[in-house]
Design a protein around this ligand. Structure first.
Ligand code: SF4
Length: 391
């Protein structure tokens, strides 16, 4: 994504999808719905002169409504949903003999593409859970449309992401059309593209009053918001897996070994009932390769796996350092955006995904059980080995 800014001869142009979004917003026959990713809320403010890490969520909701979005949801909600699906998948694999261990996270599309090309032998280890973006897309057209009495064919589903690879993910394969009304997410714009739209519309975002997202797929827990940083998916999963395994709430939900900018973080999680698992967190491709090679080598030598659960993110620092974020990302900027994310987490009343009452509601009203039939149809995907140079 940042190549466009760095290309010395200007031969690479940044993809801009704002024109398509503008025309949907101006079409009276369309019902535009939007979701914003965890990392967007701690970076967008930079485009309006505020320091990195400023938590800007409620002003972003307000600005999205001024742009013309009729319904504003939050990807943090579907990050909570991802934890329910992936946490359940983890617990199942840990408790079912012969399962493929480690479980490896799948919410980073840059990594999905890489894995299908270079680590296809590890496809069975890969979580089948879709990313929060895709879960939200499926839920908007399959669940919310009916609930709200909106024709799903008229919905134009936009997501605002810190990531250029998410544009590709939204059209990855037919699993991304799971609700049966075209692609579940019609178009993806980056944090930079949203900033451009707000400026083009002349919206003075700093002067807007705070607004809330729409229910039921707006309210989120602290676990949903930390998806935006390296280690966040792991920490969120540990918070809920502990509950799923022991049926007890975790005392201190802060899982500090998952935090920080070290390229590879390792820890052991003790559930206190005899279950202990080894985890690893890797961000940036080189670090990911090191962890995966360790797993592959152990497997090929017939040795015990070094890990049970592995989180991988292609960008340094996780999505807060994504290719769609405001330019000029240094480690200093990453640290400030990360602080913003943890601030959003600690300020949340609820900090574990399974505690989100709206998550309980969507399972009760619509999805059934985590990893159940309907959840599999809408919230999970599959992977295939790909030859190099096909995309
Ligand atoms: Fe996108 Fe980077 Fe986040 Fe992966 S880590 S989802 S490439 S922003």
């Amino acid at each position: 994504g940042q190549c466009a800014a760095h290309c010395p001869v200007g031969a690479i142009y940044e993809r801009d999808d704002t024109v398509k979004v503008w025309s949907a917003l101006q079409n009276p026959d369309v019902h535009p719905v939007v979701q914003i990713a965890p990392a967007v809320r701690v970076a967008l403010a930079e485009e309006f002169g505020l320091p990195p890490g400023t938590v800007f969520t409620k002003k972003i909701y307000a600005a999205l409504r001024r742009l013309g979005f009729k319904t504003v949801f939050d990807t943090n909600f579907s990050a909570d949903l991802t934890i329910m699906e992936e946490g359940t998948e983890l617990v199942k694999r840990l408790t079912t003999k012969g399962s493929d261990i480690p479980l490896i996270t799948s919410c980073c599309p840059a990594w999905v593409d890489y894995m299908e090309k270079y680590y296809a032998d590890m496809i069975p280890n890969f979580s089948t859970a879709k990313s929060p973006q895709q879960m939200m897309g499926a839920m908007i057209k399959a669940y919310w449309a009916e609930k709200a009495g909106v024709d799903p064919n008229k919905i134009y589903s936009v997501s605002v992401m810190p990531c250029t690879a998410k544009k590709w993910e939204s059209h990855r394969n037919d699993d991304m059309k799971s609700a049966g009304h075209g692609f579940d997410v019609d178009i993806v714009i980056t944090t930079r593209e949203l900033a451009r739209m707000i400026k083009q519309a002349g919206i003075e975002i700093l002067k807007l009053d705070d607004e809330e997202a729409d229910s039921p797929m707006g309210p989120y827990t602290g676990a949903g918001t930390i998806f935006g940083v390296t280690g966040g998916v792991m920490e969120a999963a540990v918070r809920s897996a502990y509950f799923l395994v022991t049926k007890k709430e975790l005392g201190d939900v802060n899982f500090l070994p998952a935090r920080g900018l070290d390229g590879v973080k390792e820890a052991e999680v003790d559930f206190g009932n005899g279950t202990k698992i080894k985890i690893a967190i890797a961000h940036q491709m080189g670090n990911i390769e090191a962890v995966l090679n360790k797993i592959r080598d152990a497997r090929d030598a017939g040795k015990e796996t070094p890990y049970h659960f592995v989180e991988v993110m292609a960008c340094r620092g996780g999505c807060i350092g994504g290719g769609g974020q405001p330019y000029g990302c240094t480690d200093e900027v990453r640290k400030l955006r990360t602080e913003g994310i943890y601030k959003d987490d600690t300020q949340s009343k609820l900090r574990c995904s399974h505690q989100n009452p709206f998550i309980t509601q969507v399972y009760k009203e619509f999805l059934g059980e985590p990893n159940g039939h309907k959840a599999h149809e809408l919230l999970h995907t599959k992977y295939v080995e790909l030859p190099l140079y096909t995309r």
